[in-house]
Design a protein around this ligand. Structure first.
Ligand SMILES: NC(=O)c1ccc[n+]([C@@H]2O[C@H](COP(=O)([O-])OP(=O)(O)OC[C@H]3O[C@@H](n4cnc5c(N)ncnc54)[C@H](O)[C@@H]3O)[C@@H](O)[C@H]2O)c1
Length: 364
């Protein structure tokens, strides 16, 4: 029997801890500022983690649960806080960057800004990065393009968790992509943001279902000997399945070509194999809409396109058609208003971390 996955999944058995957004943001900043990261970089990483916490589901693993890992990676020297952002090669519309094991989120934001700068000169800007580290949610850097009237594309390779189609051995990453498209110049104009890993789900989400004592869809992962399963525990040491069967496998392979192979860094089984040198590859693209047409014309065309999609006929039982990024947009509004529901394990971990770093605990 296949189990459908409610994309607005609400936990049944895990008691979430609601915290106010402002205090969570301040705490995350303070914790990261206690490290050797330059304050400006600590703030970028904090903002990215909190934004992911607002957009994503608790099990998806890109939010504030990562604070401890960042703090520890800085303390151990596994992350190079003084890494130069080296422009290896550059033309008017292209750049190749060596990130020298610097913080991936900061590298990603900087690279998207560079891609935007180049798009303003050429219509399009492409920045390929090698020797970077984990950059978090792909939409965070892709969205940097929005305020400049650009469409932003961010992609990255990742550690091997997916087998090639027909295989068992993990040799490809979840290799997420985000494409952020502005629909207007006002802050409340919801952009279209497709932000997706190329696997059906990640191990974080499987772990979450395991804790919630739920089965998982059989399309998510196979066991280590290649059997289908709906038991997240059994699949934890197996491999993740791609989106769209062999097509997702192909997309993941191509993403590694466009990031790791083309950038001159690690690819396939190599990224993340050495914790002290994750060697992650990224690519960032910015399209300057004004190069193609007047921006207001583009927005009108987008509105027409969106109306066509929304007004199309629905399948039985479907109440509304959503746009990419719409669920996350709604989650953000809801969490801003009613508080951020934290995984209780992460809440406790943050509390311990605050005590270890002598940061005042803001929640009662
Ligand atoms: N840095 C890394 O190594 C890494 C690796 C994997 C994932 N990630 C991040 O994890 C996050 C989660 O990724 P994911 O693939 O699990 O996301 P997801 O499956 O929840 O969503 C993927 C996309 O589908 C859209 N979507 C979902 N339901 C929809 C519906 N009913 N109608 C229309 N659109 C719908 C969402 O808006 C989103 O754009 C992302 O931010 C991703 O960048 C990062």
């Amino acid at each position: 029997m296949s189990i459908t996955y409610d994309s607005n999944y609400k936990t049944r058995k895990i008691l979430l801890q609601y915290v106010p957004l402002d205090s969570l943001r301040a705490l995350t900043r303070q914790l990261l500022r206690r490290t050797a990261l330059p304050a400006e970089h600590a703030d970028i990483i904090a903002d990215a983690l909190v934004t992911s916490e607002l957009r994503n589901l608790q099990g998806q693993g890109q939010g504030v649960r990562r604070v401890r890992a960042y703090v520890e990676r800085v303390a151990s020297g596994d992350l190079n806080v003084h890494a130069p952002y080296e422009v290896v090669k550059e033309s008017l519309c292209l750049a190749l960057i060596d990130a020298h094991n610097g913080p991936g989120t900061v590298v990603a934001v900087r690279s998207m800004n560079l891609a935007v700068q180049k798009a303003k000169a050429c219509g399009i800007g492409v920045v390929v990065v090698r020797h970077s580290t984990h950059f978090g949610s792909a939409s965070y850097s892709a969205s940097q393009a929005l305020n400049h009237g650009c469409i932003g594309v961010s992609m990255t390779n990742a550690g091997p968790e997916m087998a090639p189609w027909g295989g068992i051995e993990p040799v490809l990453g979840t290799n997420p992509w985000a494409v952020a498209v502005p629909t207007g110049d006002r802050e409340d104009d919801m952009p279209i943001i497709l932000d997706m890993a190329l696997t059906m789900a990640g191990k974080g989400m499987m772990g979450w279902l395991m804790r919630d004592r739920r089965r998982m869809p059989r399309t998510w992962a196979i066991t280590k000997d290649g059997r289908e399963t709906d038991d997240p525990a059994e699949a934890m040491d197996g491999t993740l399945l791609p989106i769209g069967d062999y097509k997702g496998y192909g997309l993941s392979l191509i993403t590694d070509v466009l990031t790791g192979v083309l950038g001159g860094g690690a690819f396939g089984t190599q990224p993340y194999s050495n914790p002290a040198f994750q060697d992650v590859g990224h690519q960032f693209i910015a399209y300057d809409i004004d190069w193609f047409m007047d921006r207001q014309t583009f927005y009108r065309r987008m509105a027409e396109f969106i109306a066509t999609i929304r007004n199309s006929r629905k399948r039985p039982g479907v109440e509304e058609i959503l746009l990419p990024g719409e669920l996350e947009w709604r989650r953000m509004q809801e969490k801003k208003q009613h508080g951020v529901p934290l995984d209780p394990d992460i809440y406790e971990d943050l509390r311990r971390l605050a005590a270890e770093l002598d940061v005042a605990w803001p929640f009662t």
